[in-house]
Write a protein that binds this ligand. Sequence first.
Ligand code: ATP
Ligand code: MG
Length: 389
Amino acid sequence: MSRREIAAAVTRALEGVVNPATGQDVVAGGQVAEVAVDEEGRTRFAFSLRKGDPGALVRQARAAAGSVDGVSSVKVDVQLPQTPPGGTKTPAPPGRQSRGAPAGTVPERPPRRGLQPGSVPAPVPQPGILPGVARIVAVSSGKGGVGKSMVATNLAAYAASQGLATGLLDADIYGPNIPTMFGEGRRPAVTGEKGSEMIVPLQAHGVSLMSLGFLLEREQPAIMRGPLIAGILKQFMEQVAWGDLDLMIVDMPPGTGDAQLSLVQTVELDGALMVTTPQKVATGDVRRGVKMFERVNTRILGIVENMCGFRIPGSGEVVDLFGRGGGEELAGELSVPFLGRIPLDLAVRQAGDDGRPTVVSAPGSPAGRSLAGIGDRLLAALGGLPPRR
Ligand SMILES: Nc1ncnc2c1ncn2[C@@H]1O[C@H](COP(=O)(O)OP(=O)(O)OP(=O)(O)O)[C@@H](O)[C@H]1O
Ligand SMILES: [Mg+2]
């Protein structure tokens, strides 16, 4: 079959995908454009996702195209609905008044619709943001308390131990945990000329760290809404002297809200790693988290199952407190890689409280070993991706 015939067959297959929000098929509804097939059968098309469309629609379209004879792979350029002009604005950074707003004030009304899934502008990789950073990976989940910060901390420390220049950005604006997990309470230094100051990340266990926790007074609650979160994340990327990094890990807050969406709009991610605990209630939240990232066209690098199995001290017995296998099952169901499972381990809790990542403090512990294995698989997966820019 010629490329043209394959493209025609792909379009016919896409005509079989009906958008339940409109009752129309996605081709007739004008949601598909630029269907192209190369010599190897690699197929690509643009898909405009509209407000109210189910998150699974792109996946269905991709599957329909992938089932056509002669198609070897499918890449979908998802175009998201645009927010009203004005979008997310960054508060003027301290010392820089060029946008006309006094430092520390919110420059303009937030967009009315806010950053709701479905009303998100397509991620626009902003040239010039983190130019020296080769890879950026978000550690996320749909759910709180599943071990995101623990995994982010350990993967960053592990990558650093493997000789990679590594940064860890704590995007949990509401409850920054990275300072505790790294045992860091210092205030970061500021360098540069007046008007273009940069914050110098702290260094701990070979990792460059930045967290709002380093800047706030102790116990000061961070009361912030979406637009401000976006502003802070952007400032953490633009006004922190990260320098050249092989890898930046971003520790996300729980949920699928403003911070996740702001991040994908600020910077082009290489992908997201999702953490779950094994039980059904957690995997349900994580499934939503995966879909949110897919919806904004962010690759899922894999799922990690945490708090799986507890070895009772003094006996060999292992108890699966939260069940087992939920994360692996979910990875299979969503066709994303399963990167491994981490047992419930006293060494982890201890390490977290002592401010030392487990891969450093207890590399031989069951959790330390599995975290290193997950780190290896993550680094291998990143090695196979095209360069960020
Ligand atoms: N495998 C494990 N074994 C023992 N303790 C663990 C394990 N994983 C995480 N913990 C502990 O559970 C607590 C919650 O972990 P963590 O803060 O990493 O979760 P989180 O998903 O980042 O939470 P949040 O949603 O609040 O950001 C921490 O005290 C951490 O040390
Ligand atoms: Mg956390």
